[in-house]
Design a binder for this molecule. Structure first.
Ligand code: F6R
Length: 235
């Protein structure tokens, strides 16, 4: 595991973006897995800047996002599709039909999960997966539980996650209770993983995830078993 410590949020954004830029330069037609939330915002800002400066070309890149809320359409201001458009996709020359986010409005949610897994496999799998970490150790919406979920599935959000995500909504009742998320198996199949953790409130869970017992009670602890993980943390 490659551990990079940073002093401030700006550096976290810059180093995260440089890491991802290296992957895009090495394989411009490759496949990158993306995350939403507060942590990657600075990374996306820097990637957009690298594009504007002419250093990066997104025209052949394929992306798959980790997750999406159930019941929110892509145009909803709280949907993860909208988040990605606003923070990255609308600022670079990526083809929208090469960007994938699970469809939280699908009539048959399980069929949508199966379709998403197939799409990832058909694209040749994920070269680099970007991850944040929740206060309970979740990655994607894989919450603490009795087992590591394998594939993309419908997940029930825990109270802690609903509480944490309320900051993006007006009221906690507006936070959807379910989401579609890549499974731990989907994430672990990515050839490389970049985990970002920012803020002193993430310090303890990050320690448990990286150095504690490997257990589905701390979903991110499974990353200890992955052969190519880089962690950028600090602030
Ligand atoms: C987002 C995601 C989540 C977040 C995690 C941390 O797509 O899958 O697992 O990465 O909740 O969120 P922030 O960065 O807002 O602290």
């Amino acid at each position: 595991m490659n551990n990079i410590h940073v002093e401030d949020a700006e550096t976290l954004g810059r180093k995260g973006a440089i890491f991802i830029a290296g992957q895009i330069l090495a394989r411009p037609e490759g496949v990158i897995g993306l995350a939403t939330g507060s942590t990657p915002v600075g990374v996306y800002r820097e990637l957009a800047r690298l594009y504007e400066s002419g250093w990066l070309d997104f025209s052949r890149l394929i992306t798959f996002n980790l997750d999406e809320y159930c019941g929110l359409s892509g145009s909803d201001e709280n949907s993860y599709r909208r988040f990605m458009d606003e923070h990255l996709f609308d600022h670079v020359n990526i083809r929208k039909d090469n960007t994938h986010v699970p469809d939280g409005m699908a009539e048959d949610l399980q069929a949508e999960c199966d379709r998403y897994e197939r799409l990832i496999a058909d694209a040749g799998g994920i070269d680099l997966q970007l991850l944040g970490i929740g206060h309970d150790g979740h990655i994607g919406f894989n919450e603490p539980g009795a087992h590591f979920p394998a594939g993309t599935h419908v997940a029930e959000l825990t109270e802690l996650t609903i509480e944490a995500n309320t900051r993006f909504f007006d009221r906690s009742e507006q936070v959807p209770r379910r989401a579609l998320t890549m499974g731990i198996g989907t994430i672990m199949k990515a050839r490389r993983i970049l985990l970002l953790a920012s803020g002193s409130d993430k310090k303890e869970i990050l320690q448990r995830a990286l150095y504690g017992p490997i257990t589905p009670e701390v979903p991110a602890s499974v990353l200890q078993l992955h052969p190519d993980v880089t962690v950028i943390s600090g602030v």
